[in-house]
Design a binder for this molecule. Structure first.
Ligand SMILES: CC(C)(COP(=O)(O)OP(=O)(O)OC[C@H]1O[C@@H](n2cnc3c(N)ncnc32)[C@H](O)[C@@H]1OP(=O)(O)O)[C@@H](O)C(=O)NCCC(=O)NCCS
Length: 292
């Protein structure tokens, strides 16, 4: 058994990683890397035996602008051990190794653990925290329509696709807790243009999904700051609720309710380092499209 790391551009090792991610989480990295969306901020640490990856923990370099201050965090992800090798201490060894590697050169280490694995992270001395989830107050859902309505971006429109990709790179900070190096993860979720909409007059993209009669507004991508009211006025049809997948800008806070959020049925937020206590204290919400 050998430890290998940071090999995403090596086809043979990447394919071995893909095999375990498909088996464990039903996805792989192939299209993301060959499509040019991987930019080096995803760093796998894996045990390999006879050409097969049997356990992995990945470090994601995350640079945020957090209430105007730049913070460098590491988000752990793709934590997995092949079923045949579980219970031998492999995943916990890899986590300790990655934590030791990065803890003195970043502002904190965190991850979103699924509910089944929460006990595993507690054993590894991660602290459990809460975020704050934001939804638009009812009175701001009916501001009236103005400007050009958001229209779905056609996945076959290569010019618009390119424009979206460029905009992701150059977007202004549109939240109080914005991932600056968002290109890789944002495109991991949206390279196929699913749920991407564009409003021409303000040259703004949003990523949004219907939730019953409401909307989950996951991301705002715009060269200039786009206010929440300007976005809501351009959303077609009636929406009865709007949940945000990000922390609103200070000037839009008044339009939103904030609620303490432990991850519900989906995940728990675990962290190391006092700096990340700021997430709960300052009522922050990690961008929905920044989860590794
Ligand atoms: C969670 C997972 C990565 C653990 O891998 P592993 O290599 O078997 O873990 P380890 O052998 O290092 O376990 C370390 C300790 O955690 C415990 N542990 C492992 N999985 C656990 C779980 N789901 N809940 C509680 N404790 C757990 C082990 O019993 C062991 O305890 P011990 O030190 O007292 O003996 C593995 O079960 C897995 O791949 N699960 C499916 C994918 C997944 O859910 N990943 C987490 C995504 S957030």
């Amino acid at each position: 058994m050998e430890l290998i790391c940071d090999y995403m551009r090596d086809e043979k090792s990447r394919r071995a990683l893909n095999e375990l991610t498909r088996k464990t989480f039903w996805f792989d990295f192939e299209g993301w890397v060959t499509g040019g969306f991987y930019e080096g901020d995803y760093i796998p640490y894996s045990f390999i035996e006879k050409g097969k990856i049997i356990a992995n923990v990945s470090a994601n370099r995350m640079t945020f602008e957090q209430n105007g201050v730049v913070k460098n965090y590491i988000q752990l992800g793709t934590v997995m051990t092949d079923e045949a090798f579980r219970g031998q201490g492999l995943a916990s060894w890899l986590i300790k190794h990655v934590v030791a590697r990065y803890e003195n050169e970043c502002d904190g280490i965190y991850l979103f653990g699924n509910l089944d694995a929460a006990g595993f992270y507690r054993k590894l001395d991660f602290k459990e925290g809460c975020q704050y989830s934001y939804r638009v107050k009812d009175e701001y859902l009916s501001l009236g329509k103005a400007g050009a309505a958001f229209r779905p971006v056609d996945a076959a429109d290569s010019e618009m696709k390119k424009r979206y990709q460029d905009a992701v790179r150059k977007s202004a900070v549109n939240s109080s807790f914005e991932q600056i190096n968002k290109y890789g993860l944002q495109l991991f979720y949206t390279a196929g243009m699913e749920n991407v909409f564009y409003a021409e007059d303000i040259d703004c993209f949003i990523v949004a999904e219907r939730e019953g009669e409401g909307l989950f507004l996951k991301s705002v991508i715009c060269g200039r700051k786009a206010g929440l009211a300007d976005i809501l006025k351009r959303i077609g049809g009636d929406i009865k609720a709007c949940r945000l997948g990000y922390t609103p800008l200070p000037e839009d806070m008044e339009m939103c309710h904030a609620e303490r959020f432990d991850g519900g049925d989906d995940y728990r937020f675990f962290y190391r380092g006092d700096e990340l206590e700021s997430v709960e204290r300052d009522r922050l919400f990690f961008p929905a499209l920044s989860h590794a």
